[in-house]
Write a protein that binds this ligand. Structure first.
Ligand SMILES: Nc1ncnc2c1ncn2[C@@H]1O[C@H](COP(=O)(O)OP(=O)(O)O)[C@@H](O)[C@H]1O
Ligand SMILES: [Mg+2]
Length: 385
C-alpha cells in the first residue's frame, strides 16, 4: 500500500473508535488524551488528522502510532503496519514489529525483548552509545550545528543510532525504561529530523528524495528539479533541522544522485541556511573514499569534520542490555555472552535471545551455547575486530 490520505483518515478513525469503545469513554476524551500524549495541545490535532491531513513530521506519525498501539487501537501487527503505510511512513514493517514484538518471534509463544534483524526504532530498546550520543548532541545544541559522519561495519548499529538520535529528544518518559536517559537538547520540539535510508531505492530518485526531504522539513513546496529544491530550502528553513543520511554508500551508487547533487548539498549546509541545517551520515568507511570509489568525489564530504567510529558497547552497556531479560541470566552466562559477542550489539542480541529461549525451556546447562556459536559465526568479522 502507498501513502493515502483517505486510507489514513479511515484507519485513524477506526482506531480511535475502537479505543473509545474498549475503554467506554467519549471519542472527544480519547482524542484529547492521545493528542496530549503525542505531544499536541489536545484533541484538535487528531480531529485534523482524521480529516485526512497527515502529521507533518515522521516523528509525529511514530508517536501517534505508538500511543494508539499502547491503548489497543490496532487488532494486530498488520493493522498497525497498514496504518503506518497509509501515512507514508518509511519503516512501517520495522516499527510495527517493535510495537507488536510477540508476533514476530521465531518460536511459538515466546516473547523476547531482544531484537534481531531490524534496526532499533523505539528508544526503550536501545542500549548504550552514551559517549557518542553525548558528543553528537553537544554538536547540535547551538548554531552553527555541525556535521557528523558515523563510520561502522555492517550490523554495528549505525541505523539504530540514527533512529535513536531522532526519537529520543521528544520521547515521553513513560515510553522509556526506568532510569534511561531522555532528552539532552534545549527545546527539543523545535528541532526537525529527517531520516533518509538509501537502502530504499526510492531515495535514489531525485524528485522522490526532494519530496521526502521537503515533507520532513515541513516545507509544502512541490519541486521537480534541483534548483527549485535548493530555493525551497534556503528560503523556507526556519527551525534547526538535521538530515540523517543512512548508508551513504548506497546513496553514492544511485545514478541520479550525481556530483552536481552532492555539491549542492554542501552549499545548502554551509552558506544558505545560517547554521540551521546539519547532516549526519553513516558509512562503512571514510565517505571521501567511498565517493571516489563511485567516481563522485565531492567537497560535500569535507564538511564532515567530526568522524565517529562505532565500536562495541562498553561492558556496562552490554550488561544493561542483558539485565533487560525477563528471565535473569547468571554471572557465568553473562561473562560467556560478553566474551563471545565482544560487546557488539548484533551478536549480543542473538546470544541473549538464545539464552532466554533455553531458560524458558527449562534448560539450565550450557548445551544452548553450541547452536549460539553457530548463529554468530557469520558475524566473525565484527567480533574479531
Ligand atoms: N544501541 C543498540 N542497543 C541494542 N541493540 C542494538 C543497538 N544497536 C544495534 N543493535 C542491534 O544490532 C542490530 C544491527 O543494528 P543496525 O542499526 O541495523 O546496524 P547497521 O545499520 O550498522 O547495519 C540490530 O538489529 C539490533 O539487534
Ligand atoms: Mg543500517
Amino acid at each position: 500500500m502507498t501513502k493515502s490520505a483517505e486510507e489514513f483518515a479511515k484507519l485513524l478513525t477506526k482506531s480511535i473508535r475502537a479505543i473509545a469503545a474498549h475503554q467506554s469513554v467519549r471519542i472527544q476524551d480519547i482524542q484529547h488524551e492521545i493528542g496530549q500524549a503525542a505531544g499536541r495541545r489536545g484533541g484538535t490535532a487528531i480531529e485534523h488528522w482524521r480529516k485526512g491531513y497527515f502529521p507533518r513530521r515522521t516523528r509525529d506519525v511514530e508517536k501517534l502510532t505508538h500511543e494508539l498501539a499502547q491503548r489497543g487501537g490496532f487488532i494486530n501487527r498488520e493493522e498497525a503496519e497498514q496504518f503506518l503505510l497509509s501515512a507514508g511512513y518509511p519503516d512501517a514493517a520495522q516499527l510495527s514489529n517493535q510495537l507488536f514484538p510477540q508476533e514476530n518471534q521465531p518460536l511459538d509463544g515466546e516473547i523476547s525483548p531482544f531484537i534481531i534483524g531490524w534496526p532499533i526504532i523505539e528508544p526503550r530498546h536501545f542500549f548504550g552509545r552514551d559517549y557518542e550520543v553525548k558528543l553528537i548532541f553537544d554538536l547540535l545544541r547551538r548554531p552553527p550545528m555541525q556535521n557528523i559522519a558515523l563510520i561502522g561495519a555492517r550490523r554495528s548499529g549505525k541505523t539504530s543510532l540514527l533512529h535513536y538520535l531522532k526519537n529520543i529528544p521528544t520521547a515521553s518518559p513513560e515510553s522509556l525504561r526506568p532510569n534511561q536517559w531522555g532528552n539532552r537538547l534545549p527545546n527539543p520540539e523545535q528541532y526537525q529530523w529527517v531520516f533518509v535510508g538509501f537502502e530504499d531505492p526510492r531515495m535514489g530518485i531525485r524528485v522522490r528524495l526532494f519530496r521526502h526531504l521537503l515533507d520532513g522539513l515541513g516545507i509544502p513546496a512541490q519541486v521537480d528539479n534541483l534548483y527549485d529544491f535548493l530555493d525551497a530550502i534556503s528560503e523556507n528553513l526556519a527551525r534547526p533541522s538535521i538530515i540523517l543520511l543512512d548508508d551513504i554508500g548506497a546513496g553514492l551508487a544511485a545514478p541520479e544522485l550525481d556530483q552536481e547533487f552532492w555539491w549542492s548539498l554542501r552549499s545548502l549546509s554551509s552558506n544558505q541556511t545560517q547554521g540551521k541545517l546539519a547532516f549526519i551520515l553513516t558509512a562503512s568507511q571514510s565517505p571521501q573514499q567511498l565517493a571516489e570509489k563511485h567516481g563522485k568525489p565531492s567537497p560535500f564530504f569535507n564538511i564532515f569534520g567530526h568522524l565517529l567510529t562505532l565500536g562495541p558497547l562498553t561492558e556496562n552497556e552490554a550488561r544493561e542490555l542483558m539485565l533487560s531479560s525477563p528471565h535473569p541470566f547468571n554471572e557465568i552466562d553473562k561473562a560467556w555472552i560478553l566474551a563471545q559477542s565482544g560487546g557488539w550489539p548484533t551478536p549480543l542480541q542473538i546470544l541473549c535471545h538464545l539464552r532466554l529461549v533455553a531458560l524458558e525451556h527449562g534448560q539450565q546447562d550450557d548445551s544452548w551455547q553450541a547452536e549460539a556459536l553457530q548463529q554468530i559465526a557469520p558475524l566473525q568479522s565484527l567480533t574479531n575486530s
